[in-house]
Ligand binder design. Structure first.
Ligand SMILES: N[C@@H](CCC(=O)N[C@@H](CS)C(=O)NCC(=O)O)C(=O)O
Length: 202
């Protein structure tokens, strides 16, 4: 079976896919996309918006969107135990938190960070992120990981978004979220992915 190939740029949303690949522990190939290569005809075939991550699957097909890629990789590697069986409650809750990560956390957080740069501290984006963070906080007061207290693809997605907030000190009102990000960052697979991805872009 041909291993998947991740098209990535350092310090981007491709880092979460790298982390997931390291959690899975199977072989994979990497291609770094540099500067103008993003808009090349070749890369636009992989990602119509010229972004990363994109993933080439074993059959040669390519896909984009980090959340979809993470779910697909978890499905392709069931032995890694990062997603429950089809139709299980566990799987439904993984879907719930993965969608929550991109809709309730990531969008409002990135919007809020942009606004902070403009001096805006009170806005619908801040309010929406605060409500989502508070909801997650009450869950993580009770357990270490989101779904059945077992690390899953939902944690890769949610922790990778919250890292951006933690790095800016924005999680201070929610200590259980700070602890969650620290637990995630302490995972050996996270460290291996960071060794590849935490460097300046070329
Ligand atoms: N929703 C997409 C967002 C992808 C995205 O915005 N990627 C950024 C890096 S984090 C990118 O490639 N930016 C380069 C560009 O837009 O030229 C995902 O999660 O994969």
């Amino acid at each position: 079976m041909t291993p998947p190939r991740l098209y990535y740029m350092p310090r981007t949303r491709s880092s979460r896919v790298l982390w997931l690949l390291e959690e899975i522990g199977a072989s994979y190939d990497l291609t770094e996309i540099r500067g103008a290569q993003r808009r090349s005809a070749e890369h636009l075939l992989r990602h119509p918006l010229g972004r990363v991550p994109a993933l080439q699957l074993g059959d040669g097909a390519t896909m984009f969107e980090s959340a979809a890629i993470c779910l697909q990789l978890a499905d392709l590697n069931p032995a890694a135990g990062l997603i429950g069986p089809i139709g299980s409650t566990e799987r439904g809750l993984v879907y719930q938190w993965v969608v929550f990560a991109v809709s309730e956390l990531e969008g409002p957080l990135f919007g809020g960070i942009r606004e902070l740069g403009e001096g805006v501290t009170d806005s619908p984006a801040h309010d929406r992120f605060d409500k989502a963070a508070a909801a997650m906080h009450s869950v993580l007061l009770e357990r270490d990981w989101l779904v059945e207290d077992r690390f899953s693809v939902a944690d890769v997605m949610c922790a990778s978004v919250l890292q951006g907030a933690n790095a800016r000190g924005l999680l201070e009102p929610w200590p259980a979220l700070e602890g969650y990000v620290q637990r995630a960052e302490a995972r050996p697979a996270y460290a291996r992915a960071a060794a590849i991805s935490d460097r300046p872009r070329s």
